[in-house]
Design a protein around this ligand. Sequence first.
Ligand SMILES: [Zn+2]
Length: 325
Amino acid sequence: MVCGTVTEPATPSEPEVTHKVAISFDRCKITSVTCGCGNRDIFYCAHVVALSLYRIRKPEQVKLRLPISETLFQMNRDQLQKLVQYLITAHHTEVLPTAQKLADEILSSNSEINQVHGAPDPTAGASIDDDNCWHLDEDQVREQVKQFLSQGGYYGSGKQLNSMFAKVREMLRMRDSNGARMLTLITEQFMADPRLDLFQDCQLAPPTGALWVCVVLNPHCKSEEKSGWLKQLKKWGDLDVCPLEDGNYGSELPNITNALPQSNLAQDSLSRPRRSVFSRAVEACDLHWQDSHLQRIISSDHYMSPSYQREGESLLPRPDSVRPR
Ligand SMILES: [Zn+2]
């Protein structure tokens, strides 16, 4: 963990301001950030970035601290008493009510706090078995998507959502597990929004489906992750409101302007299973990189497997359906 203060220089209208910043690391990733400026965004605030850059450029100047639990372990009783009293003195009004409540709980033998051994340590890194991933403020992602959707696709909110897709793509490229996490949060917000038509109107559905195909095809993902995604994708796909693959809503008739011959259409729409915007991703969950058809597709520019070539429904979306408007 690295703590520091970041000072913003004075401007003609504003005085100099100093912010307290704390950054936790785990195996070379930033796993949590807090900054006194209170800015909330899916991107780190300038002060967190400043402290991170300072740590990268001048590692010898930034002292890495042991987790506080280990420092406390080295102290005897008198030192612990001194530490707590100085701490309370320094932050009298903020800390005293909590300190008194905790003291009552610790002195009461059947309190909840006495049922477990030890105590939490926010400064300690995760254990080696824990998932480690870059800090991502989930509430903030939800909030931003909701906000963009509430702007009704006007004022460039479609563009902003596309920039969130670009962020997901970037994360997937970097093999950052937050890519799937962020896409889940975005999709959840889309599906929960009462104005789901926006999802369709802004052409957000095709890139969402296409990104899910990329996520589930990740050769490095764990099988339990994949089965979790599959369950979620099927659930979304089964919702009545879920947009369909060919750009229609579940409740509407198929679009007759499609290139299919008219005579086949009526029968076709009855016999063909309903394909949601997530159907390709669901199918992709069954695909293995060792699959012989796939191996041949990858190794040749011209090979097309007959089994993946039903009515132009290739597993990967056509380039024109993923391009943002
Ligand atoms: Zn800040």
